[in-house]
Design a binder for this molecule. Structure first.
Ligand code: ATP
Length: 327
């Protein structure tokens, strides 16, 4: 473990640790500890108090990623489906980690999790804000026998896996915004990003990325240009275990991937609709520079949004469009 990680692990309990104590455990001087703390603040964006005579402490405790705790939240079946789990400190993006694997190193059921992303991705080049240790960022690689066109409903199914996991840890009032954003009271709590490559007739390789806000502070999320929320606010500080939630989402997703290969989106349509934030409401679909107003009439088995325009239903596919509530 490098020195930076060792300092973070000691501070994770949220209590004060004197420079002397940290210096002794790490085998370096107090001045060197101070330099490392500065770097942790600057490079990782971590919020650390420093009080003369008391030492250093995080603004709130962190539950760092822990393989055993993640596995403990997964059924034996899910553990069997998971072929590999990489846990990183800092990566550009967990999706990129899996997408950049050499073909020979690719195995269906490979997951990658990180404490921090420096270039977390949203759809169409947008950014996913990913501060260290506070949220969940992970990706899963899965190989499908069919072509990419048949996977258009998969990101909706993935959103549902996240919703089910959140409900298991006691979070209610969760909604889905087509195609795959997860909201709590109209504030964005989690997102899904699907990146697919493959032959028209199959096979396809999917990298599915999930970001869930668990403890992001207002300062860390300051640059987000839409209403957002973090689990610690929803639960009033009653912390949901990050590792447990990661294990639950991973387990649900692995099952969803396996089921989708056989059944597609059809069996999930009713459940998806129950969480649909905008069903039967007036919405605006943004497509490039165009905005189209209509009534949201649900989704079809391909995951397309069904929009009622002048009494006629028109399907819209996820790739290039964004849905918003009509103003
Ligand atoms: P849509 O998916 O409908 O096209 P979107 O704006 O929600 O629209 P995404 O690509 O799903 O786009 O997500 C990226 C957007 O999410 C960012 O542009 C930003 O507005 C917001 N965002 C970025 N990081 C976070 C975060 N950690 N939590 C909540 N929202 C975030």
């Amino acid at each position: 473990m490098n020195l930076r990680n060792s300092i973070i692990r000691q501070l994770a309990d949220g209590r004060f640790h004197s420079g002397e104590e940290l210096a002794e455990t790490c085998g370096i001087t107090r001045a060197a500890i101070w330099k490392h703390i500065k770097k942790i603040q600057d490079l990782l964006g971590m919020e650390i108090f420093s009080v003369r005579g008391k030492g250093y402490r995080l603004t709130h405790p962190l539950e760092l990623l822990d393989r055993d705790k993640i596995f403990a939240a997964m059924s034996l079946e899910s553990q069997g489906q998971l072929q590999r789990l990489d846990i990183h400190q800092t990566v550009e993006s967990t999706n990129a980690c899996l997408l950049n694997l050499k073909t020979d190193d690719r195995v269906s059921g490979h997951a990658c999790i990180a404490e921090q992303q420096t270039a977390g991705r949203g759809r169409r080049g947008r950014q996913w804000i990913s501060p260290f240790g506070n949220n969940i960022y992970f990706s899963l690689l899965w190989e499908f026998s069919m072509g990419p066109a048949q996977l258009s409903g998969l990101s909706l199914a993935a959103g549902l896996s996240v919703v089910r996991s959140l409900e298991t840890v006691g979070v209610s009032e969760i909604g889905l915004k087509w195609p795959n954003d997860i909201y709590w009271r109209e504030r964005k709590l989690a997102g899904v990003l699907l990146e697919v490559t493959g032959e028209a007739d199959g096979p396809s390789s999917v990298v599915l990325g999930i970001g869930i806000n668990t403890g992001m502070s207002a300062a860390q999320g300051e640059s987000i240009d839409q209403p957002w929320v973090s689990l610690n606010e929803i639960t009033g500080g009653n912390n949901v275990s990050r590792n447990r939630l990661t294990g639950l989402v991973l387990g649900n997703l692995l099952q969803t991937m396996a089921d989708f290969e056989c059944d597609g989106l059809q069996p999930l349509l009713d459940e998806w609709q129950r969480y649909d934030l905008y069903h039967n409401r007036p919405v605006t679909v943004h497509q490039g520079n165009n905005s189209i107003n209509g009534l949201h009439r649900g989704i079809d088995t391909s995951g397309a949004l069904l929009l009622e325009l002048d009494g006629k239903i028109q399907p819209f596919h996820g790739g290039e469009v964004s849905l918003r509530s009509a103003k």
